[in-house]
Design a protein around this ligand. Structure first.
Ligand code: UDP
Length: 311
């Protein structure tokens, strides 16, 4: 296939580029590099790969046929969407519109990277796909949550009106190599803190929960979703849930760090619990995460060790 991936120089996007190339596809990667980085794709030397620095909220022109479009472009961490609120809204709304228009023109299949954030601060746990969520549209996370919710609605409309072959993946917290050091998320915050002996900054009392999926598992799930014919949203994530404080202690233990824990104020609208119900992915895609937390986090810690040595 000839595949266009937006946000292809980001954390998830670059892993997808690698995976899709390894399966023999041609990959066209677009990214405006406001939160993505050339470093993430610098290792790719492949004649089936092309990179264009481009803002996909503008009209997109691509020569030749395109068989699949993956729309992964978006700032994805709370501090990034606080820094780029309008770009976050535009890429989730206008970027989805532009990429869907291209899919219609090229008769390509289409996959939208959506998010567990469509569930907001969920009142039920685990979250199944038919839960409608508890989102504050005007809070600090609203720009991301509402853009992705609008994006999902637009994808469903293009599917029903224009008969585009679409998919929607709701991605839960994912970690691994190539997370950006200063993106403010908990994994790239805690690991470098532990490795450099700085205190780990736990927000609130650390009782809020998250469920962390290793990137290789997620990429495999996305590929299985691409190959399926499921048009309604599918959760992908690891249902193994832990509190942020438990997570901090595990990082200290696995790195053998002498770091302490300090408590910082809980950001506004920080979800109290998050855990995917993956029954649908298991049944429809025969997918579930395979990589244990210890294995995935050890690989990620080793990658951060190398990064820190280079800086
Ligand atoms: N968090 C924390 N310390 C940090 C960064 C994040 O305690 O230095 C907490 C944050 O408040 C949230 C959880 O870790 O409860 C996950 O945050 P992240 O930004 O990774 O993503 P989120 O799941 O909130 O989108």
């Amino acid at each position: 296939m000839r595949i266009l991936i937006t946000g292809g120089a980001g954390f998830l996007g670059s892993h997808l580029c690698d995976y899709l190339l390894s399966m023999g596809n041609e990959v066209i990667c677009m990214d405006n590099l406001i939160t993505g980085s050339i470093d993430n794709i610098a290792h790719i030397h492949n004649e089936r790969f092309k990179f264009y620095k481009y803002d996909v909220t503008e009209f997109i022109y691509v020569d030749g046929e395109i068989n699949f479009i993956l729309h992964f472009a978006s700032p994805a961490s709370p501090i990034d969407y606080a820094r780029y609120p309008i770009q976050t809204l535009k890429v989730g709304a206008l970027g989805t519109h532009k990429t869907l228009g291209l899919a219609k023109h090229k008769k390509a299949s289409y996959l939208l990277a959506s998010t567990s954030e469509v569930y907001g601060d969920p009142l039920i746990s685990p979250q199944p796909e038919d839960y409608w969520g508890n989102v504050n549209p005007v809070g600090p996370r609203g720009v991301y949550d509402e853009a992705k919710r609008f994006g999902e609605a637009l994808v469903m409309a293009y599917h029903s009106v224009h008969k585009i072959d679409t998919r929607i993946v709701r991605i839960f917290n994912t970690y691994g190599e190539r997370m950006r050091l200063n993106d403010g998320r908990v994994v790239p915050a805690f690991i470098p803190q532990a490795l450099t002996g700085e205190p780990l900054t736990v927000f609130g009392d650390g009782s809020q929960t998250r469920s962390f999926c290793y990137v290789a598992d997620l990429v495999e799930g996305i590929y299985k979703l691409m190959c399926s014919d499921c048009h309604t949203p599918v959760n992908l994530g690891n249902p193994e849930e832990m509190t942020v404080l438990e997570f901090a202690n595990k990082i200290i233990e696995i790195t053998g760090s002498s770091s302490e824990i300090v408590y910082k104020p809980l950001p506004q609208d920080d979800p109290k619990q998050r855990r995917p119900d993956i029954t649908k992915a298991k049944q429809l895609l025969d997918w579930q995460p395979k990589v244990s937390f210890e294995e995935g986090i050890t690989k990620t810690i080793n990658w951060f060790k190398q990064r820190l040595n280079k800086i």
